[in-house]
Design a protein around this ligand. Structure first.
Ligand SMILES: Nc1nc2c(ncn2[C@@H]2O[C@H](COP(=O)(O)OP(=O)(O)OP(=O)(O)O)[C@@H](O)[C@H]2O)c(=O)[nH]1
Ligand SMILES: [Mg+2]
Length: 240
């Protein structure tokens, strides 16, 4: 699958001085590369889940754990401005989760993930999720060393979002249209969202999901299991 480099300079901050342009997120990207290297060495698939607040990230992760928690060893790092609530919800379904409380910062940065990972036992872990802070804007600019960025857009937030917040869709490999059980009650066109998202990023994959009605969850979980397998095979090839 073709991927947009999360750390590409396109549409990111820079400062030009004496005709030299400096990329403002260099420090973040340095740490992100260290995370990527560590994940490679430990054979761990790292997935960064992003969306607006309340699009259904934690509910999807709870459902994912119920569905494939016995097939793949997973853990979650979850970012929020305040509270341990999401980590508690994940622990309630048997997932080892660590909450990153940003104290007001509207996104996760690679350094926060690196520090949190030092407090997470990653022995034997095959799949590590990062649930980013609910925000379709700021998290788009910060590479966290992930293998895949997965963005949810829920039917309740309106179908105009890809064109209004393009960077998130440009840098994601997977778009999950969530809460599709509510489609009969909402003026939301899945076709319009997919067309706009693919206009920005022709390679983005799409799955329609409902965590409450279990729609699309098998397809989502199979995609995850395939990516875990792929990563493990790649690591084996690199060792041999
Ligand atoms: N109808 C419907 N409601 C859902 C679905 N998934 C989540 N919800 C509800 O949407 C609300 C927000 O869900 P969360 O999973 O907490 O969303 P989130 O993206 O983790 O929220 P933040 O972490 O605060 O950004 C909750 O009331 C969920 O019960 C779904 O598939 N269908
Ligand atoms: Mg959440």
């Amino acid at each position: 699958m073709d991927k947009v480099q999360k750390s590409s300079k396109a549409a990111r901050g820079s400062v030009t001085c004496d005709s030299t342009t400096m990329h403002l997120l260099k420090a973040n990207d340095f740490v992100a590369e260290s995370i990527r290297k560590q994940m490679q060495e430990q054979n761990i698939l790292l997935i960064n889940i992003t969306s607006s607040a309340g699009s259904g990230k934690t509910t999807l992760l709870q459902e994912t754990a119920r569905r494939i928690g016995d097939k793949v060893k997973m853990k979650v790092l979850v970012g929020d401005l305040e509270t341990e609530r999401d980590a508690d919800r994940l622990r309630a379904v048997g997932v080892d989760a660590l909450q990153i409380v940003t104290g007001g910062i509207c996104h996760l940065e690679a350094q926060m993930v690196w520090q949190a990972m030092e407090n997470l036992d990653l022995q034997g872990v095959e799949l590590l999720f990062i649930e980013n802070v609910g925000n379709l804007v700021c998290p788009a600019s910060f590479d966290l060393g992930e293998d895949y960025r997965v963005t949810l857009i829920s039917t309740t937030e309106g179908d105009d979002k890809p064109k209004k917040y393009p960077r998130m869709f440009l840098t994601s490999e997977m778009l999950l249209v969530s809460k599709v059980d509510l489609l009969p009650y909402l003026p939301f066109s899945v076709e319009a969202v997919v067309a706009d998202a693919r206009d920005i990023n022709p390679h983005i994959q799409v799955i329609e999901v409902s965590s409450t009605q279990h729609t699309g969850i098998d397809e989502w979980c199979n995609w995850l299991l395939d990516r875990v397998k792929e990563k493990q095979q790649l690591s084996k090839q690199q060792v041999s």
